[in-house]
Ligand binder design. Structure first.
Ligand code: HEC
Length: 105
């Protein structure tokens, strides 16, 4: 039973804790942001839901990045700074945001 579990644990740890080597937006998204943005929990815009993202994308990446990094309260709910994953670097949060935008256009 131990063997099938191990690679999953290693994969998650790599996604969460390695800062530069795996600065892959999709990996970072799947290691954290997906908790809210995967199913639209707590008012979070669901990734892939074009209607929910159209107005957000229209404000421009500068504001979207700022909201993702510093957090913000909108009409839908509260986005915590960096989604609450404060160990992520700004670059990692931006990479995850880029992935979310790309997947929701
Ligand atoms: C605890 C739940 C939660 C987590 C975890 C979370 N978010 Fe969010 N996020 C939200 C909510 C809620 C909103 C919508 C707020 C509103 O518009 O009222 C949001 C909105 C956003 C937006 C849109 C910003 C805008 O200007 O409209 C981006 C980008 C975003 N999140 C990125 C991320 C990233 C990147 C992560 C992971 C590092 C993440 N979120 C993790 C809840 C979460």
């Amino acid at each position: 039973m131990r063997f099938p579990v191990l690679p999953v644990v290693v994969f998650c740890a790599a996604g969460l804790f390695s800062s530069t080597v795996m600065a892959n937006g999709e990996t970072i998204y799947n290691s954290g942001c997906v908790a809210c943005h995967g199913a639209g929990i707590a008012g979070a815009p669901r990734v892939g839901d074009k209607a929910a993202w159209a107005n957000r994308i229209a404000q421009g990446t500068k504001i979207i990045y700022e909201h993702a990094l510093k957090g913000f309260q909108g009409t839908a709910g509260i986005m915590p700074a960096k989604g609450g994953f404060t160990h992520l670097s700004d670059e990692q949060v931006k990479a995850a945001t880029d992935f979310m935008i790309k997947a929701s256009k």
